[in-house]
Design a protein around this ligand. Sequence first.
Ligand code: SAH
Ligand code: SF4
Length: 473
Amino acid sequence: MAYERKVIDISEVEKQLEICRSLRGRICEEGRQPLAMVDTYGCQQNEADSEKLRGYLAEMGCGFTQDEFEADIIVINTCAVREHAEMRVLGNVGALNHSKKNKPRQIIAVCGCMVQQQHMADKVKMSYPVVDLCFGPHELWRFPEHLKRYLDKHKRVFETSQQDGCVIEGMPLKRDGKVKAWLSIMYGCNNFCTYCVVPYVRGRERSRQPEDIIREARQLVEEGYKDITLLGQNVNSYGKDLGLDVDFADLIRMINDIPGDFLIRFMTSHPKDATEKLFKTMAECEKCAHQLHLPVQAGNNTILKRMNRSYTREKYLELVKLARSYMPDLVITTDIIVGFPDESDEQFEDTISLCEEVRYDGMFTFIYSKRVGTPAASMPDPYTRAQKQLHFDKLMDVSNRISGEKHKEYEGKTLRVLVDGTTGKDEYNLSSRTNGGRLVHLKGDESLVGQFVDVEITSSNNWALYGVVKTTP
Ligand code: SAH
Ligand code: SF4
């Protein structure tokens, strides 16, 4: 695929930062600090993008709120992967009529993947007059410029240019929390699975330079972050566009070499690009979590082929075996789509049998959602929503049962976990994660947040483990 890797010069980002500073005092003119609310839908990449939006808003002098009636500016960062997420966004945007009525100068921006689709941007423009600003993921780095244009002219701004995307360094970031951090290593996707809208809205695969990633990782460790998740739609193809001799496994090793006590996680891994070198590296790097999110999507070869996933059921199962031979304690999770066009009962049963064979620690299951412009949208589909729901419910039962059984196996064991937050509940007031990423509820002092501790697992259910702290650092 002919794609020229485009990098935005740092001076362009500096210009955006200057605009941020020029906007101080203009978002609310009542002589107080303006308040911003950023609402995020969808994947971790969107969470990471929202951290950049917050970075810009902080440069504009904003504080932050979760209350739409209090906010001077509201930014809704949307998702396009399934119709359900789009419907939720539109419902919530519609409801903002109330907050804007209360606060007529309130600025409302809608950004992200949903509005990168022209038909959705048009819908927002026509049917949601409450929205002042609308921009797709490729325009996020120019948010300050677009906001200034709106404030100068008081005319709605819609920016959803079609493009392959670029790599941008130097944007400010305001992270949520102090323990876990997202670190984007690449953007976009080249895989064009036939059901998926991501390659159309996020552009082509483009990797950040290893030195930029390492610098950011080093800074995170220095700031005390203990759990770093490397993000990309298909991290296993990291570096292919760079023309360097660095692949994803090499990148893990380079981050592992940074001194400090922290964990490296990553998502998502496409099975077609997962290599033995990756599993060997994960096993050898002591900071790399033994956790693999390896979406299979379906267990039947005809469906996999029609999804354009580029692997077979047999190849996938071999891959899982290989990964487990390097890491017997590997925690494996997956994504599954139920009700892909024309998926029969027998074909669905292949998904069930694959899940029984792999015994996933956790599964994210979705009912197929038709996406405008994707090849699957025009595939014939005789099955009803009710039939798909039956399959979905059956798969959920299998998923819950296996997770429950696997969680039971932890009972009585002592594990090292990272305490990552408080729950607000009395009995189990702390939440933590195992090396493999399983959720453990604990009781203990809040000062443990951000620390690795040994816990004994005392009980479990289908969704989580429960434990008591054995040793504190
Ligand atoms: N790049 C990641 C996934 C991104 S989207 C990967 O390939 O693994 C996250 C998940 O949403 C996908 O794994 C898939 O299971 C689901 N998904 C994507 N498009 C969908 C659609 N049209 N309908 C239902 N689920 C979908
Ligand atoms: Fe979508 Fe497939 Fe790309 Fe994942 S790999 S983002 S499912 S096209």
